[in-house]
Structure formats: C-alpha cells, structure tokens
Ligand binder design. Structure first.
Ligand code: IPM
Ligand code: MG
Length: 366
C-alpha cells in the first residue's frame, strides 16, 4: 500500500529523532511492501526563521491532505521573547485546531527493562504502570476567551476562560471508553467538579456516555487527588480521561513516573483517520546536535501511527517488539542510562532498532 505522511522535524532534537524514525519506517516499508511518501514541511521556530510565522498555510494544507503527520518537537530559548501568538508552540495549537485533533492519547508504560529508571520506590512500581491518558485537546482554557482588562482597584488584569460544551465532552468521553474496551475496561474521569462549573457539566456528560458502555467501570477523581494518587499508587489507573489543561499537567507527571519521558509516544486524533504523532518530550535545546537524544519516543509514535492512522497492526507490533528487545539487550541512551547498561547515541539506537526489526522479520518468515 502507499501512504502520504507529512513530516515536521521542527526544532532542537526534533530533526535528529525524526530522521531515525523515517529510516525505521523505510525499513518497515521494504519489509512489508508499503510505500511511504514523506512530505517535509516547516512548523515551529524553524518556520519563524525561514517563513516569518510558526505555522505557514502550506504546512496546514500538506498535513490536511496526508494520511498522517509525524512531528519531532517545536520551541527553544531563541524564540522565547516572542509574543504569544507568534511563538513556536502556536504551531502545535494551530495544527491541533486546524486538523480537528480533539483527542490526545498518551500511553505511559513502565518497561520491565527500565524499572530502575523510575523515581518512585520499587514497592510502588512493583505492580507495574500501564495507563493511558486521554486528554481533550481542542477546547477548554487553551482555546477559551482570553484578554486583558483593568481591575476596579488592582490595576491591569489578565484572564483565560475554561469552557466546555456537551458535544466536546461527549466525543472525548467516547474516545476514552472505546480505548478502555481495548485495555482493562476502566476509566478514571479527572476533573475539579467540587469547584468548577465546567467540571460539573463535564462530569455529568461523562456519566451519561458511560451508560452506553456498561462493560467499562467508571470512577471519578478530583485533579489534586489524582496528582497525588499518580505517585502513591499508579497501578490503579487504566484509562485517565481529562480536560486539556489537566491532561497537559498530568501527562507530564505520568510520563515522569515511568522514568522515561524520552520513551513515551503520543497520538492526536479527530473524526477522520488523519492523526498527528509526536513524542511527549520537547525540543531539549541543551543536547541538540550532540547525537544524545533518545529516538525511541518518536519511533514508538510512528508505531502508533502505523496502527491508528494507517491500519497496519502487524507492522506496529513489529516496531514495538524491536524497541522492547533492544532495551532488554541492555542498550540505553543517556536519559535512561543505568549502571551496567551500554550507553549509545541517537543514531546507534536507531540502527539497533532497525537491526532488531530485520532479525524479527527473518525469524517470522523462517
Ligand atoms: C504538550 C505541550 C504543549 C501543550 C505546548 C508546547 C503548547 O506541553 O503537548 O503537552 O501545552 O499542549
Ligand atoms: Mg505538555
């Protein structure tokens, strides 16, 4: 089969980790007889430098005509002085909105081989961590009314608004319940319904949708308690359903407790099959160009892309298995390094995954 994939290398370590991922996809293409046409487009800081804006029209056009979008990372200190709507991050928000990607799927898994890397005590992680954050991505305070005005007595005032409509909550809740059906059939809804009106509506809509999924268990937690429970007993979570901003915060926490932010992939999905796939980590300006970045989160994002946008389940599993095997053989990039393991760079890690893929394919054809 033939597929069109828009690729956004972006800033910082983005180009390095995307390069390893494209090479890995080519390997998959050769092995399984698929043709991946990569369309390179600009977004983020590099687009500001070359085109004068973080998200050029052409980028949106190419992405919306593709089967999927693969993104490295955007942002860096050299663009920090820019105004809000001209910053590199604007590209991400703009793409999510323009492509209608309202569902952000962020699985956080503690790999057996990486147990040592978790900052949590071993008696806490012994049960394992295998949860999936389902974050609403095109609504809430990120896109609500905002501005400046003058306070009666306190001077200038700035405000941002959290607003959610029934339709917005219904569609993200359905996504969460559908995903729960493919996992351990548990949804934990996280909100702040003891304080926020938007959370009260959110929770009531989630409870309505739950009636269509009697096979899935639904529980609720306030976000402050959830932040605590994630470090106290992360094994209790399966699917975590939450709003745009709570999801932003909790997904960083969820990735940290697995000890491997450099390992975690994500998918952003909408009504159509088109999705955007990117690692959870950022552009890591401190190690840019040093062949130190961990390419596995981007490679695993490509696996999610194979599965969710291109419907290539076998191929996705092969990539995931190759990554697990490389870790089990003791290879580590600096971010997940521990005593007794072998330290490798970005390129070498990519090569190892591809070598492992070849090996897997040979044994499965034998
Ligand atoms: C993320 C990031 C973005 C967000 C930023 C870069 C705009 O933190 O994808 O989690 O807040 O959504
Ligand atoms: Mg974030």
């Amino acid at each position: 089969m033939e597929f069109n994939i828009a690729t956004i290398a972006g800033d910082g370590i983005g180009p390095e980790v995307v390069e390893e991922t494209l090479l890995t996809l080519e390997e998959i293409g050769n092995a399984y007889n698929h043709k991946f046409n990569f369309h390179k487009v600009l977004a983020g800081g590099v687009a500001i430098d070359e085109k004068g804006e973080p998200l050029p029209k052409e980028t949106i056009e190419v992405c919306s005509k593709s089967d999927a979008v693969l993104l490295g990372a955007v942002g860096g200190p050299q663009w920090d002085h820019l105004a809000g709507d001209q910053r590199p991050e604007r590209a991400l928000l703009g793409l999510r909105q323009a492509l209608g990607l309202y569902a952000n799927i962020r699985p956080a898994i503690l790999y057996t081989a990486l147990k040592e890397s978790s900052p949590l005590r071993s008696d806490i992680v012994d049960e394992g961590i295998d949860l999936c954050v389902v974050r609403e991505l095109t609504g809430g305070i990120y896109f609500g009314d905002r501005g400046r005005r003058v306070h009666e007595t306190m001077g200038e005032e700035a405000y941002d608004t959290e607003a959610y409509s029934v339709g917005e909550v219904q569609r993200i809740a359905k996504t969460a319940f559908e995903i729960a059906r493919t996992r351990n059939k548990k949804v934990m809804n996280i909100d702040k319904a003891n304080v926020l009106e938007s959370s009260r509506l959110w929770r009531s809509v989630v409870m309505e949708i739950a009636k269509d999924y009697p096979d899935v268990t639904l529980d609720h937690m306030y976000v402050d308690n959830a932040a605590m429970q994630l470090v106290k007993n992360p094994g209790q979570f399966d699917v975590v359903l939450t709003t745009n901003m709570f999801g932003d915060i909790l997904s960083d926490e969820a990735s940290m407790i697995t000890g491997s932010i450099g390992m975690l992939p994500s998918a952003s999905l909408g009504e159509t099959g088109l999705g955007m796939y990117e690692p959870i980590h950022g552009s890591a300006p401190d190690i840019t160009g040093e062949n130190k970045a961990n390419p596995l989160a981007t490679i695993l994002s490509a696996a999610m892309m194979l599965r969710l946008s291109l419907n290539l389940e076998k191929e996705a599993e092969a990539v995931e298995k190759a990554v697990t095997n490389v870790l089990e053989k003791g290879y580590r990039t600096a971010d997940i390094m521990s005593v007794g393991m072998e330290l490798v760079g970005t390129k070498q890690m990519g090569d190892l995954v591809r070598k492992e893929l070849c090996q897997l394919l040979k044994t499965s054809n034998a």
